[in-house]
Design a protein around this ligand. Sequence first.
Ligand code: ADE
Length: 234
Amino acid sequence: MKILIIMAMEAEAMPIIEELGLKKLPINEKLHSCFPRYRGEFEGKEIIISLNGKSKEYGVDRIGTEYAALNTQSAIIEFFPDLIINAGTCGAFSQDAEIADIITTDRPAVYHDHRVPIEGFDEFAKGRYPTIHRPEYFTGIDFKLGVVTTGSSLDMPKIDEQLIREGSGMAKEMECASVAAAAQLHGIDFFPIKSVTDIIDVELDNVDQFLANLSKASEKLGKTLIQVLKNIKG
Ligand code: ADE
């Protein structure tokens, strides 16, 4: 079994890469992809972690939908994985979750900020990208199941909130639907694992919450991902 893990932020990924003992792969010059990739064996499975990489222009992680899709597509073509996991952080409503809680899904991944009010294009824009949920992968893990909803902003204007609530969104983040779309194009099983950095319906600024809780949420994400990888047999 070959498992591809797509992650946007280096700070979230490095402790996991070290714990799994993955080795950095040379950048494939032909693809000019510049997506940092790490590979190794873990309990009989081949694991590849592919990062979105750092922006040359701005020096920060290339978070967001565009690089998530590009990274996933190029990693699929390079490695032909059997399974894709998108691991990262998210915001959540106070009624659903607390900081560092783990959310995965048994529902399609959607976009909450792709608004195209033309018949046919409206549903296409929102997307309903398939995910798989195998309860046995989450044995021994405390987690919540809900809709993972993707957009291009960390804040939540009223229109986004309305659409997230209408779609029963539980985890608000910036990659999942894009990774799921690339997985669907190639017919590969996919699911997300998200850890909560910020509560999106309270007065506290969610940027401050995100920065304050990133390391706690990343630690939980890492532990969970490793347990999931142990639970996957084959
Ligand atoms: N990642 C972590 N928190 C987020 C939020 N509130 N919105 C989008 N992506 C996030």
